[in-house]
Ligand binder design. Structure first.
Ligand code: AMO
Length: 453
């Protein structure tokens, strides 16, 4: 109930009450004084509504309006008036109406803001934006990033559920390192060594061996030792795994349809958010181009004479270049790269039976940045045990995973997307930290760290 006993109306509903008295509640985004009139932009969870305060209509409301500052929480009772044609604002949800204030009540006051939040743009350096996340999260342009991210995550879930995938919760504490490499946080677990999960990889494979098709939306942790525009220490990972595949291309096709669906929903539901960034959705053509690593390196060589043909992976410059080449050749903003040197990737990736030096793992690149990794996995127990030896792993540390495979697992594969990378590339943000609500990196946990080893 509002302060007058009338039910709270949201900014998005105001247009249904033309000529009527309603009560709204929210935060003061902007106060503009125009001679004897005061205009307020009030923000609630749905958007913004303009309030006009005229002393001739209500002396009392006007006196109260003179007290208002940005981010004060208020309840305002007023009459909904249609705006004249010339004053319609298409960019806000209630843009065809405004509220004529009759009563204003301050619910909570706010401190003076450290910077101006009233403009359409929030022109802050990234560190300041992140230092004040608790405040900058209130700016419509910042909110847009996370509305899009929520739609990405929801579409991922929705699509996979429709395809018969079962959602599970992966653990965050792991006894072993799933992906290999040094980028792992070791923790003291009651005097034992344990790790923050780098990936739910081994768990999604275990759960798949019981439920066939599974997915999880969870946090993964990477002790990234360098500061780049693409790496976070804590990532939202959208993981899937599926049994009974005929080939790694089944996994690739599933990943492609997931992306297609995500883009479709973001396009339909986030028009105004995309507009704030002048962002065009990345283009996915009918069949996303697929290149082996070696083919991609050949293309790069032909294109710029840069010879990376013996490299074991694409570096960031290669990723940019191959995406640019593919865009020019086909119009696609996406390209799949498959067939990496087997020994350079984790032990669970399936080697190509015709050419076991290369594997059936793949990456999906979008606009120059990797969005996804995945591929077919080794499902035969003996082959898996051979890999465990060759990769110098301790079978005891992954005993639960190995047990699943000792009891029969069909050909299978899966993939994982980073939600922040997807959000970043859709909006063409310069830094992945902008697409993480509370980004962690080697220099920051909420606050900037004074000590970095
Ligand atoms: P990978 O390590 O390639 O694969 O991770 C999958 C996807 O997660 C995102 N990502 C990151 N995003 C931001 N910062 C990071 N530090 C970071 N690390 C990863 C990327 C990447 O494409 N187990 C495999 C997946 C699989 O095979 O199913 C894995 O973890 O978008």
């Amino acid at each position: 109930m509002g302060m007058t006993g009338t039910k709270r109306v949201l900014s998005s509903e105001a247009t249904q009450f033309i000529g009527k008295e309603i009560s709204i509640s929210g935060w003061v985004r902007i106060r503009r004084d125009h001679g004897k009139l005061i205009f307020l932009d009030i923000r609630d969870r749905e958007g913004i509504i303009q309030v006009v305060v005229n002393p001739k209509v209500s002396e009392e409301a006007y006196r109260e309006a003179l007290e208002l500052k940005p981010e004060y929480v208020v309840t305002i009772v007023g009459k909904v008036n249609k705006r004249p044609e010339t004053a319609i604002n298409k960019d806000i949800i209630s843009g065809t109406v405004e509220l004529e204030a009759l009563k204003i009540k301050i619910i909570t006051k706010a401190k003076i803001l450290p910077f101006d939040m009233g403009g359409n743009e929030l022109n802050l350096e990234l560190p300041t934006l992140l230092d004040h996340r608790a405040l900058t999260l209130r700016h419509p342009k910042i909110q847009a990033i996370f509305k899009i991210q929520a739609v990405i995550i929801d579409s991922f879930r929705e699509y996979l559920k429709k395809e018969g995938f079962f959602e599970f919760q992966a653990p965050s504490i792991a006894p072993a390192v799933a992906e290999g490499g040094a980028e792992v946080f070791q923790i003291d677990y009651f005097g034992n060594k344990a790790y923050l999960s780098q990936s739910p990889q081994l768990y999604k494979q275990i759960v798949m061996s019981a439920f066939e098709r599974v997915f999880s939306v969870n946090k993964i942790f990477r002790a990234e030792p360098s500061v780049t525009t693409r790496h976070l220490a804590e990532v939202i990972s959208l993981d899937a795994e599926m049994a009974f595949i005929d080939s790694w291309t089944d996994v690739k096709d599933m990943a492609e349809s997931v992306v297609r669906y995500i883009l479709e929903r973001v396009g339909k539901e986030c028009g105004s958010e995309l507009k704030l960034y002048n962002a065009a959705l990345p283009k996915m053509i009918d069949k996303t181009p697929v290149l082996s690593l070696r083919e991609a390196q050949e293309k790069i060589f032909k294109h710029s004479k840069r010879d990376v043909r013996k490299d074991k992976d694409l570096n960031p410059e290669d990723e940019k270049e191959i995406c640019a080449i593919i865009k020019e050749e086909t119009g696609s903003d996406f390209v799949f790269i498959y067939g990496y040197p087997t020994k350079n990737k984790p032990f669970y990736v399936y080697p190509n039976p015709k050419d076991p030096q290369y594997n059936e793992g793949m990456d999906l690149l979008c606009r120059g940045v990797e969005w996804l990794s995945g591929g077919r996995r080794v499902n035969d127990y003996d082959q898996l045990m051979n890999h465990v030896k060759e990769w110098n792993m301790d079978p005891k540390k992954i005993a639960m995973f190995l047990e699943a495979f000792s009891y029969g697992v069909p050909p299978e594969g899966g993939f994982a997307f980073g939600a922040e990378r997807m959000t970043m590339q859709i909006l063409e943000l310069q830094n992945v930290r902008e697409a993480s609500m509370f980004p962690r990196d080697m220099e920051r946990i909420d606050e900037r760290l004074s000590k970095v080893k």
